[in-house]
Write a protein that binds this ligand. Structure first.
Ligand code: AMP
Length: 798
């Protein structure tokens, strides 16, 4: 189950795509045959129906009992739902403004979903055509899901729906644990209860699933949470040693059927300075039938006494066969806190077989038929001929599937051939593998030596020569715009610069804070920079390192040429240069608060509970920033980008690391040339040849080498995501560089398997759905312009 992270698992489960069969969609009632349950598929408006599922409101006057039910046929981890009304090409105008969700794993026990604050009702549609997506926070694990419009009997409602998530491979149906305890830490109430457990809780929680399977792992500091606005301790379920005289906590895990278990992963907190430590020993018992087996597996991890980071501890389960596991976790300190438990197993058909033989021998043929796809409840003919025919049918079906897959791969290979050629050019001399539907570069590493030219210059220029003109035409636009030297950029007398301190180090060399005497004479009239004519001005001086090679020198001069022509309040201004002699220097305005990435990283989001700051936070001295300030920053970046796009200039490396922060949260876009050493991990290095900021790049930039305003818009979406997550992690931090490239292939294929960056906790749904996600639309033409995004962000500030 470790592959399932709540953020990554957002695939449409088949209402739109048709993978969910008509017979698996049912409803409490239907208005007419043409509005039956099977027409309740999101974005599905053709066929013989009337464009949606509509219940017969007369059959249930209180309206609340109507539902549209989807059977997913197996357990799924569901993170998102989408709803839409009945449009029917303008003939319909019915929709559900509010609805609730119920779910079940076995089809008989139903649970009403509620959010982390206990709210059950979900805001639905406002018109009959727009799709409204709703994150299920917490996510659910279910096979059956019911959408229940909330309405009164005077209103006709119609719905089309989709579920998003992925298959729940753990097979875990429920766990049973003692509910978590409350800790008092320095006068602060810290609750370690399993607050999302989905069965009625008593002292011992039984037959449900909850926080241990919600796909969210706790932070190192258990007082904090990933989830916005929750109480201290929210991410963990925890127990105090004092309440367990035997020194261990017992947990029972029940599975859908018999499996072979290789391991169990337990995410534990280890903040031993506060009396919390990972477990000292785990003893696990196995059960396949009704009795627990006598020989348990015992595992003693090395208890980490050095690092306080929370971590997954892997407990090997020795390939034991079971449908239930009982584990005793022994305390090694005053408290034990878990945030996630996951199992790795394989479905064990032999185990099911043996179990069936033991319990009910005459049922064997039924079992065989059920394994090859027949319904075990059907009348059974147990003759050998029937079994043989069944097996032959299964083998033929498997062969046919293999043939279809081979043919499908061949078609894809042809389609990807073109991509391979361009990707090969893009990758220079690295090996680009495009076998099958995935395109990935091998033999590449992130980071690397400093001497390689940045992709944004040398490589794209060489690509321009070797590929069709349309693909790289934007580079040509940039090159034309900034070709030649700029006579307006004045040479500043070097001896009038007085070094104050080092600000940082970039690809070219060091950046220094200097006093520039007499700089006022060099400034344009339009430039209002604080200071007076007498006192020297503080400036940032970027110097090309002395051992720089010819490429780096050319890149440096190119950045000067580019910057000298840009004039906008949200673009860092080049004031003067020293290029008559070595070392080459560019003098830019000084931005007091450094780069935006570092700046945000040191901030914390201001929220209601901030009056109760803990002592530790105060000691860390983290200042606060409000959501509206963050949007204010995004507005400024959008404004700077609007200016660049008005010049047809493509930045190609927009990211928080390339924006600078001045006084009063002023933001300016910088770095028109190179990446920085500090952020080398953000770039994907291709065998020392070029570096690519792949986590910020659109699919067409990575696969086709196409850099346009629309690919800058893509990067803006990622930058906005960074801002709203306060740069606490790298985009797609759980994916390796190679996986990011694989994901790019998914954007290209567009089969709904692409992974999007998740909604930041503080980001309103409408900003995520209308703005951020729109930046990552596959079709570049459908992405918004910077002008539109600027207006939209301004509006959200109002
Ligand atoms: P760069 O070479 O542009 O990547 O810059 C390297 C480091 O110098 C960054 O970490 C910035 O924080 C700092 N820096 C660059 N330009 C400025 C500036 N104009 N004002 C203040 N700090 C700067």
């Amino acid at each position: 189950m470790l592959c399932v992270f709540a953020e990554m698992c957002r695939y449409p489960l088949g209402m739109t795509g048709g993978q969910i069969q008509d017979e698996d969609i049912s409803a409490s009632s239907q208005w007419s045959e043409s509005t039956a349950a099977r027409f309740g598929r999101l974005e599905f408006d053709n066929g013989d129906g009337d464009g949606a599922w509509c219940p017969d409101i007369m059959s249930e006057p209180d309206g609340l009992k109507e539902y549209l039910q989807v059977d997913l046929r197996s357990l799924h981890f569901i993170t998102l739902v989408g709803t839409q009304g009945r449009h029917a090409d303008g003939m319909g105008n019915e929709f559900a403004q509010r609805y609730m969700i119920k779910y079940s794993r076995d089809g008989s026990n139903w649970v009403g979903w509620h959010d982390r604050k206990g709210r059950q009702v979900i805001e639905g549609n406002r018109n009959a055509y727009d799709v409204v997506l709703k994150d299920l926070e917490p996510p659910i694990i279910a096979r059956f899901v019911r959408f229940m419009p909330v309405t009164d009997h005077s209103m006709i409602v119609c719905m089309r729906v989709e579920l998003y998530g992925c298959e729940w491979l753990d097979g875990l149906m429920s766990y049973s644990i003692p509910d978590g305890h409350q800790m008092i830490y320095r006068g602060l109430d810290v609750y370690f209860n399993d607050s999302v457990y989905d069965r009625a809780s008593a002292e011992r929680l039984t037959k449900g699933l909850g926080q241990l399977t919600d796909g969210t792992w706790g932070l190192d500091d258990f007082l904090h949470s990933h989830i916005y606005g929750m109480w201290p301790g929210y991410d963990y379920v925890g127990w105090s040693n004092k309440s367990f005289p035997k020194g261990y906590v017992e947990m029972i895990f029940e599975f859908d059927h018999v499996r072979n278990f290789t391991s169990m992963k337990v995410h534990c907190n280890n903040m031993f300075s506060r009396g919390v430590r990972m477990f000292r020993q785990a003893t696990c018992y196995f059960r396949s039938g009704s009795e627990w087996e006598a020989d348990p597996v015992t595992f003693r991890p090395t208890v980490d006494r050095m690092s306080q980071t929370a971590r997954f501890v892997t407990v090997p389960l020795g390939d034991r066969t079971a449908s239930a596991i009982k584990c005793r976790f022994h305390f090694s300190d005053l408290w034990m806190l878990f945030s996630e438990v996951a199992f790795q197993s394989e479905c064990n058909y032999l185990g099911i077989w043996t179990l069936m033989v033991k319990s009910n021998p005459p049922q064997l043929p039924t079992l065989i038929l059920s394994l090859i796809g027949d319904d075990p409840t059907h009348k059974v003919d147990d003759s050998n001929t029937r079994i043989l025919i069944g097996c032959l049918v299964a083998i033929i079906a498997i062969l046919l599937t293999i043939i279809v897959i081979i043919l499908w791969r061949q078609v894809w290979q042809k389609m990807l051939e073109k991509v391979r050629i361009t990707a090969a050019v893009l990758c220079g001399f690295c090996v680009c593998s495009t076998s099958g539907p995935s395109t990935s570069c091998k033999g590449v590493t992130a980071g690397g030596s400093d001497s390689a030219p940045h992709y944004a210059e040398a490589d794209i220029i060489s690509l321009q020569e070797s590929s069709d003109s349309s693909t790289y035409s934007i580079t040509a636009v940039n090159m034309n715009l900034f070709a030649g030297t700029d006579s307006s950029m004045k040479e500043f007398p070097r001896h009038k610069l007085t070094f104050k301190e080092k600000l940082g180090e970039g690809q070219f060399g060091e950046v220094h804070l200097c006093e520039a005497e007499g700089m006022q004479d060099f400034l344009d009239e339009d430039l209002s920079i604080e200071g007076n004519n007498e006192s020297p001005l503080l400036v940032a001086v970027k110097t090309l390192r002395e051992d720089a090679n010819k490429n780096a020198r050319n890149d440096f001069l190119k950045e000067i040429r580019i910057m000298s022509r840009l004039r906008d309040p949200n673009i860092v201004r080049l004031l003067a240069v020293c290029v008559d002699s070595d070392p080459l220097c560019m003098i830019t305005e000084y931005m007091e608060n450094g780069d935006l990435n570092q700046f945000l990283c040191n901030l914390r989001l201001k929220e209601a509970a901030d009056e109760d700051k803990t002592e530790q936070e105060e000691n860390e001295g983290k200042s606060m920033v409000s959501y509206s300030k963050l949007i204010g920053m995004a507005v400024q970046i959008a404004s700077g980008m609007k200016y660049l796009s008005s010049l047809n200039f493509v930045h190609r490396d927009l990211a928080t690391r390339n924006c600078l922060v001045g006084k009063n949260y002023t933001i300016k876009i910088a770095d028109f040339g190179m990446s920085r050493n500090l952020y080398r991990g953000d770039y994907y290095r291709i065998q020392g040849r070029a570096v690519l900021p792949i986590r910020w790049m659109s699919w067409e930039s990575i696969l086709l080498g196409k850099f346009t305003m629309a690919s800058d818009v893509w990067a803006f979406g990622v930058t906005l995501w960074e801002i709203l997550t306060l740069c606490k992690e790298q985009p797609y931090s759980q994916l390796s560089d190679e996986q990011v490239i694989e994901n790019t292939g998914e954007f290209f294929r567009d089969q709904g398997k692409q992974v999007y960056l998740p909604k930041p906790a503080c980001c309103p749904e409408r900003v995520y759905a209308n703005l951020m996600l729109s930046c990552w639309r596959r079709n570049a033409k459908q992405r918004p312009s910077f002008q539109e995004m600027h207006a939209q962000l301004m509006e959200s500030l109002a």
